[in-house]
Design a protein around this ligand. Structure first.
Ligand code: 13P
Ligand code: SF4
Length: 365
């Protein structure tokens, strides 16, 4: 082991120097290293990923790899999931520890426990309510679900997970993303009136006793700051300009945007659908800009046109934090025998969280 290299030694390197150093480190580390990259990563980082995917695919890949080091080019909750699913037997590294998720931060254990206890004044939640957390959440919230008969979902298996949940208990408490919960509930035929929004800043979620009693899904009032930039007006304009065009959106978008779209699904689903599209087709895509730009360039040669849904440039600012400088820094430290920025979830939290994650992986198999 040599002295730990400091990020300051990398911060001012240009991208080309970082590329050369990343490639050299990858050659030395060989099969001991797996770099996982989420579809929202910027190109300069994404091109170095050994595997790419949506949240579900990346969790499955993390669980399967036998690489000693998993460098996660994504956000904090994804690295936590990789650590939990590998029982701490791998070193999971997040190149920039500030790469969080603003939506995940909208729910925390104190607030979710408060909600559970307020619900228990009206009904027995452990008998009547399945807690379902979107994978975009802290590990202790996954642990909460594991301890209360609940489960985790991603944007690609939310429907299967909700079906599983309703097979066990009559209601679902869904956090932190209200939109994924609502859009999935609608696709299952649950009317809007039976999906109420729990405002965690208000006593009893700002809901009446009757609203809670009649609800099938109680939706946490969280949202993704990137997807809230897309509006039905963007779709209307596209339809006026390109009447034969098709619209595809991520389920983190609002109910109105999803209703106005032709297709709704996870990042992996969006890529699969547009890659398989007929030559000459035109697509409006409502998800993060880096994914959309790459997809636009990829399918251009086939004569498929891809357009970003918002007129504003909107990227996920936390995904964007992972840059080639941080990637080069963590990899050169690995070569020197130093594990920096390791994500470790204490076993007391990891154990119940694993229960809820394993259930999720079983439900989708
Ligand atoms: P998926 O890649 O699972 O669709 O999720 C999008 C996202 O917001 C990741 O944080
Ligand atoms: Fe979180 Fe939204 Fe960024 Fe995904 S796109 S990591 S949900 S803030």
């Amino acid at each position: 082991m040599s002295a730990v290299l400091k990020i300051d030694q990398f911060d001012l390197l240009d991208d080309a120097s970082c590329d050369a150093r990343i490639n050299a480190a990858k050659r030395i580390l060989g099969g001991r290293l797996a770099i996982l990259g989420h579809h929202y990563q910027r190109d300069e980082v994404f091109k170095h990923a050994d595997y790419s995917g949506d949240s579900l695919k990346l969790s499955q890949l993390a669980a399967q790899t036998d690489a000693e080091y998993i460098v996660f080019c994504g956000v904090h909750f994804m690295a936590e999931v990789a650590d939990i699913l590998t029982f701490g037997r791998r070193s999971v590294i997040l190149p920039d520890l500030a790469a969080g998720c603003s939506m995940a931060d909208m729910a925390n254990l104190v607030k979710v426990r408060k909600c559970w206890s307020e619900l228990s004044e009206l009904l027995d939640p452990d008998e009547k309510v399945t807690p379902v957390t979107y994978i975009n959440s802290a590990a202790d919230l996954k642990g909460f679900c594991g301890e209360h008969g609940g489960i985790v979902c991603t944007s690609s298996n939310a429907r299967a997970v909700l079906e599983w949940s309703f097979g066990r208990r009559e209601k679902v408490l869904f956090f932190p993303d209200q939109h994924l919960g609502r859009n999935t509930g609608l696709r299952m035929g649950i009317p809007l009136e039976q999906m109420v929004t729990w405002d965690f800043a208000k006593p009893q979620g700002g809901l009446t006793v009757d609203e809670i009693r009649d609800a099938k899904i109680i939706l946490w009032k969280g949202f993704c700051s990137v997807h809230q930039m897309f509006h039905p007006a963007h779709i209307e304009k596209f339809r006026r300009e390109v009447p034969q065009g098709l619209v595809i959106s991520h389920p983190e978008n609002s109910y109105e945007v999803c209703q106005a779209s032709d297709y709704v699904g996870s990042t992996e689903y969006i890529l699969r659908t547009v890659r398989a599209a007929a030559p000459g087709s035109h697509w409006l895509v409502g998800t993060e800009l880096n994914l959309v730009n790459r997809l636009r360039d990829e399918v251009k040669a086939k004569g498929v046109t891809v357009q970003f849904m918002s007129p504003m440039v909107c990227m996920c600012s936390t995904m964007f934090r992972t840059d080639p400088q941080h990637l080069a820094w963590v990899l050169e430290n690995l070569v020197a025998g130093n594990v920096v920025n390791q994500i470790r979830v204490p076993e007391a939290i990891a154990k119940p969280a694993r229960l809820a994650l394993d259930l999720m992986l079983e439900v989708v198999d």
